[in-house]
Design a protein around this ligand. Sequence first.
Ligand code: FAD
Length: 529
Amino acid sequence: MMMIAYFERRQQQQQQRLVPDGDVELDPDHSILRALDSDATGDVAGAASRDFGGMVFLQPARFLRPSTADDIAGAVVLAARSSRLTVAARGNGHSVCGQAMADGGIVLDMRTLGPGMEIVRCGGTTAAAADVPAGALWAEVLSWAVRNHGMAPVSWTDYLGLTVGGTLSNGGISGQAFRHGPQVANVTELEVVTGDGERLVCSPSSASDLFFAVLGGLGQFGFITRARIPLVPAPKMVRWIRVVYGAFDEYARDAEWLVTRDDSAAFDYVEGFVFRNDASDPVSGWSSVPIPHGSAFDPARIPADSSPILYCLELALHYDHIQADNVDERAKEMLRPLRYLRGLEFAADVSYVEFLSRVGRVEEEARASGTWATPHPWLNLLISSSDIADFDLTVFKRVLSRGIGGPMLVYPLRRSKWDERMSVAVPDGELFYLVALLRFVTPQAGEAAVKEAVAQNQEILSHCRNKGYDFKVYIPHYESEADWARHFDGDWTRFIERKRRYDPMAILSPGQTIFSRARPPAAVAASAS
Ligand code: FAD
């Protein structure tokens, strides 16, 4: 897949289709369009035609604001009756390759979906869950659950400005996933509108195939309108720790040991990142490590023979004020066996909400510097632990030794925490690493820098393929059927069968570029006559 070629081709397509063609069959007086506050001008050219990636621009025919699942079903039925309309659900538009767009089709603004969030008690037990609309941001779920109920979900993303439906359609990964599984493994019931416009409630015990299809299903089998997410009592405080390593093998050995410990001896959160052995790089050098921010990083602690790349393990321990007395002891005990560079450890005590909201500060800084609005050629990979040392040697130490202008995350996850019945594709090995190359391009750097970053991503992908790594792209984007078949590998047939079952005309989520919209039988017959 050549993303540059793709980018240029999409721009050409857009120029050709600024006016939706005559076959689009969108009668502006249609009751659904009138009821859903459709806007054919302002917003169509705005939010619905762009995303966080800032590299793909596709103009929809309509941007609708549904407030109920029935509104969504109505829009899907309207599209099904046409000969070529497609429908995309837009969460918060934080995709990077146009996945939430519909070229000349209908985009649904899932943020407007109601009703509000509510607590449910499960099966007459005291266990609680939250029923939340799919367009709610995880930040909204956090603040509602903690403030009103003293409860919280167990599995998060690093950044909380993402929608529940958006991350459940992909995976939802953060430092809790090694222990509790990703967000797709922490949901017990979904309400879904399928490609037939049918509204169904599904769970592991009822309509289970649809339930698992939709989880990590890239929006292909149905739009999630409501999700039931188990809650636990929210911890009050977090001991947030960072420790630095000079050698990748020691970093990886410790990280893998930490994510395979029994729950009783495990941290509550394990992540990690690569940073440059360099004082002068303000984004990915030494200064990116210390917490609380402003505390000193002593370079004398770095061995003289260290590589240009260093590693930082990020850990967290939950505690309540009542237990505060022993958190020092617990943290000390848990850090003792680790082989990090003594003297390069950092810690801060923050509230649970503050900890989970930590990336919000990064967002504020990026908005202020202008890098939130520039293109984001991001690449996320899941790479088996058997290949990660080679990846470190070739990619981190050589290809990316000058940094990427943003965070480079690398930390292990466990396959056994993912359910194989879900659609999401992960590597075969039990331990695999999330590698997230979160590139930020300064406004001054311009388009050449974006193209260079995209080309570098391609080089990295080619390297992974050529070396035969056991790996997957996370938040994938491919153009050809062959690439999608390779991505899903042994599950590709199941993916196609599920598409036939739940969205036979391929109306849903065209921005993923997996399937082409099929014409309804009547339209095919009419065009043939
Ligand atoms: P969108 O980008 O709007 O949609 C994503 C896809 O899902 C589209 O195909 C869309 O059509 C479909 N979709 C949206 N809503 C629904 C629905 N209700 N039902 C069915 N399909 C739907 N990911 C992680 O796992 N962990 C992280 O820590 C993390 N951090 C991120 C930080 C930033 C700043 C960004 C930009 C992304 C991050 N991501 C992370 C990736 C994120 O999970 C994806 O971008 C995802 O797309 C969620 O974004 P969204 O809610 O805006 O969904």
